[in-house]
Design a protein around this ligand. Structure first.
Ligand code: CU
Length: 162
């Protein structure tokens, strides 16, 4: 089980201040100086997993919206149904694992069939239509978000259009 360290670009701004107040806060030093309003504000919608045809692999899709003023990055995913969950990018006909996917400030990251997606590998059990799969998305700025992802039919197509 490989766990990627989501190194949030640790701005090595040590030296200057010797008084380090407390611990715990993941010291993100914003150059803007705006104290708390500078965060990414993420929300998840339209999550689903088509019932997998394979015993070992499944794909997952969702839309991540960022209503904040700071971009964020999806860096890793975990789920109790699979040993590995990776983030894949589709280019042309092939897909490849990527280290992170960006959610722009005021924008969206759309994971959809034929595009970027989550890949559940080494399934511990095979999800069935009607079930819900729990997963945890890890972000550089926003920490972790838990998503309950419904399992749809193998041929399910979301009807969301613009
Ligand atoms: Cu893939």
């Amino acid at each position: 089980m490989r766990r990627r360290l989501a190194g949030p670009a640790l701005v090595t701004a040590t030296a200057t201040a010797l008084v380090v107040t407390g611990c715990g806060s993941s010291g993100s030093s914003d150059s803007s100086g705006s104290s708390s309003a500078s965060d990414a504000k993420l929300s998840v919608r339209a999550a689903y997993m088509p019932q997998p045809v394979s015993d070992s692999m499944a794909a997952g899709f969702l839309v991540l919206a960022n209503d904040g003023t700071t971009a964020d990055e999806l860096t890793s995913v975990t789920s109790d149904i699979a040993q590995d969950v990776t983030v894949h990018e589709t280019t042309g006909q092939s897909m490849q694992e990527v280290a992170a996917l960006k959610i722009p400030a005021g924008g969206e990251l759309v994971l959809k069939s034929g595009g970027d997606h989550l890949m559940f590998e080494n399934l511990k059990r095979k999800p069935k239509e009607g079930e819900t799969v729990s997963l945890r998305l890890n972000f550089t700025k926003s920490g972790a978000i838990t998503v309950e992802m419904p399992v749809r039919s193998a041929t399910y197509q979301p009807t969301s259009g613009h």
